[in-house]
Design a protein around this ligand. Structure first.
Ligand code: SF4
Length: 79
């Protein structure tokens, strides 16, 4: 599993830090997301998918199994 963040999109809301503090942090300077673990343990997948879903800026991408990859973007609105 691989996690990435788009710092250009991030608005510093902090939902990701509250949801998955082992993986996300925020800059003390501007509140922009910091990635603590680019390849976190698979056991964190559900937390990370929730963080991606909650991110108001759609700035988090979680790539796991190719069949279950989740991107926190407008794409998630499609079913
Ligand atoms: S939830 Fe999204 S917008 Fe908020 S700090 Fe995390 S990445 Fe940035």
């Amino acid at each position: 599993m691989r996690v990435s963040v788009d710092k250009e999109r991030c608005c510093g809301a902090g939902q990701c830090v509250m949801t998955a503090p082992d993986v996300f942090d925020q800059s003390d300077e501007d509140g922009v997301v910091l990635l603590r673990a680019e390849r976190p343990a698979a056991a964190l997948l559900s937390e990370l998918e929730l963080a991606a879903a909650l991110c108001p800026a759609h700035a988090i991408t979680v790539e796991g199994d190719p069949e279950t990859a989740t991107r926190g973007s407008d794409d998630t609105a499609r079913t």
